[in-house]
Design a binder for this molecule. Structure first.
Ligand code: 48F
Length: 260
């Protein structure tokens, strides 16, 4: 009997589908689910994975990097405080020191370097997926409700899928969409935070300091990192400076490492 040849069309599709489902199935139960692939989410998930923690990163959009790409008003350069030299070195980011005060790098350089390290550290990335809700049991976050961003955009009536995680990190930026959803829901008892306080006016110095202070557990099992920390806990905006975002991701990762 002549064996039928496997066509290229079949083989290519099968490999993609098999690999994706293997990755998804493996991550339906993980240690930490990070929502949002901006600077805070990228740094946080990198440090967790480097410490052998099983981490999945969910990003609504096609590309990761969040607000990094935009620099300031689409001028695609990024500034961080010179104290971040060590972190820039760890991520192998090229930069210039300006005014003996800031490190300056290109937005593509920053996204590329962060993403390279995140992938190499073993973070499993799921782009095109939105966290639309949380799984909460006995007043503790224990997972995410996920759907395709395309479903959300088209407003299709399609039920989501769920995944379980020991901890969830809301790194969704100004939107703080994950924590917002938690607070909207009935039947949750808030203890660590009373509600969404909202961001205050632009103040670079205060905003940068507060974003680190505010990066913490706001509900059992749920941490906020990056701009969502200031949006939830009422910190100032700081505009196009990204040191606080990166340090916030680091702080949350280190807190989680202690807990896990
Ligand atoms: O906005 P974003 O870059 O958040 P961040 O890490 O950094 C903030 C800075 O970019 C900037 C700033 C600097 O001074 O203030 O704004 O705190 O990245 C957030 C990412 O989360 C994704 C969104 O597409 C973006 O890439 N995101 C938001 N909501 C969801 C989500 C969701 N529900 N599910 C999945 N991804």
């Amino acid at each position: 009997m002549i064996k039928e040849k496997i066509t290229e069309e079949y083989a290519v599709s099968k490999i993609i589908v098999d690999n994706y489902f293997k990755k998804l199935k493996n991550m339906l139960s993980c240690d930490v689910a990070v929502v949002g692939g901006g600077p805070a989410g990228l740094v946080c998930s990198y440090i967790l994975a480097k410490n052998n923690i099983k981490v999945a990163l969910f990003e609504r959009k096609a590309s990761l990097g969040g607000g990094i790409w935009g620099g300031g008003m689409m001028f695609n350069f990024i500034l961080v405080q010179k104290e971040l030299k060590g972190m820039f070195k760890e991520f192998n980011i090229n930069y210039e020191v300006v005014d003996n005060r800031y490190l300056v790098t290109g937005a593509p350089e920053l996204v590329g370097s962060l993403l390279f390290s995140v992938c190499k550290a073993g973070v499993e990335i799921f782009n095109f997926i939105s966290a639309e809700d949380l799984v909460v049991k006995k007043n503790r976050v224990c997972g995410l409700v996920l759907n395709w961003t395309a479903v959300e955009m088209a407003k299709l009536h399609v039920d989501p899928l769920n995944m379980e995680a020991k901890y969830v990190v809301d790194a969704t930026g100004h939107e703080c969409s994950v924590t917002k959803k938690l607070i909207e829901r009935k039947g949750v008892k808030l203890e660590l935070v009373s509600g969404i306080h909202g961001e205050k006016f632009m103040n670079v110095e205060l905003g940068e300091r507060e974003v680190i202070e505010n990066s913490k557990e706001v509900f059992p099992g749920l941490f906020v990192a990056g701009m969502s920390a200031n949006a939830v806990l009422g910190g100032h905006r700081m505009g196009p400076i990204f040191g606080g975002m990166m340090l916030s991701g680091k702080k949350v990762a280190e807190s989680l490492i202690k807990k896990l």
